[in-house]
Design a binder for this molecule. Structure first.
Ligand code: SF4
Ligand code: SF4
Length: 213
């Protein structure tokens, strides 16, 4: 009886070992979902909608689009943004707000995207930079505007050229036109005098008729 139990146990062990090996071989050849991070750091890709870190894009001339309006700071529910600005006088004598420092505290950010939505200039966005772990907490506060950067200038509207002045008339033509105009004025005055004379005659006739009566 003991010998029979031993042989049954042996076969059961071999069977379960086979099942385990079969599962291992099957999983070995399957597609793996696990990312081999950090070995695959360079080939890692993320969804476009991921929000890892706020950034302020600058162009090749070290210019950004921020006008320091502060709307993003007001929209932030966690006080993660601090906009420091100053008033400057432009070349044409106008007063204008200028960004001095744009501070972003990723340690307080909850990645709600409200700041990006509130910005009227599309000056900020979230990037795919996810390696933001630091040992020093103060390094979680970042300055997003680069040193020496400034707001990109809007192109000034082109001024429409003034219409050209009409060409001057020749002196002889001007003299002739003046003579004609004077002649027309004299004719009109003569007509008025004739009409006045006729009216006087008519009045005189009427008064004589009344006397005869
Ligand atoms: S994503 Fe939300 S919490 Fe983070 S800075 Fe923007 S508004 Fe504030
Ligand atoms: S990032 Fe946008 S909303 Fe924030 S201060 Fe600059 S222009 Fe205004």
């Amino acid at each position: 009886m003991e010998e029979r139990n031993y042989i049954q146990g042996l076969f059961h062990g071999i069977k379960t070992l086979g099942i385990g090996l079969k599962t291992s071989i099957k999983v070995f050849f399957e597609h793996h979902e696990t990312e081999q991070y950090p070995e695959n750091r360079k080939t890692l890709t993320f969804s476009e909608t991921n929000r890892f870190c706020l950034e302020m894009p600058h162009n090749e001339n070290n210019e950004h689009k921020c006008i320091a309006c502060g709307l993003c700071q007001m929209a932030c529910p966690n006080d993660s943004i601090t906009v420091t600005s100053e008033m400057v006088t432009t070349e044409d004598g106008k007063k204008k707000k200028q960004l001095v420092r744009y501070e972003y505290n990723i340690g307080q950010c909850m990645f709600c995207n409200l700041c990006v939505t509130a910005c009227p200039q599309n000056a900020i966005r979230f990037n795919q930079d996810f390696e933001n772990a630091v040992f020093d907490k103060s390094k979680l506060i970042m300055q997003l505007n680069r040193p020496g950067s400034k707001c990109v200038e809007k192109p000034k509207p082109a001024v429409a050229p003034k219409p050209a002045a009409p060409a001057a008339k020749p002196a002889a033509q001007v003299e002739s036109e003046n003579r004609n105009a004077a002649s027309e004025v004299r004719g009109a005055a003569s007509e008025i005098r004739g009409a006045a004379s006729e009216k006087r005659d008519a009045v005189s006739e009427t008064s004589e008729t009344k006397k005869e009566d």
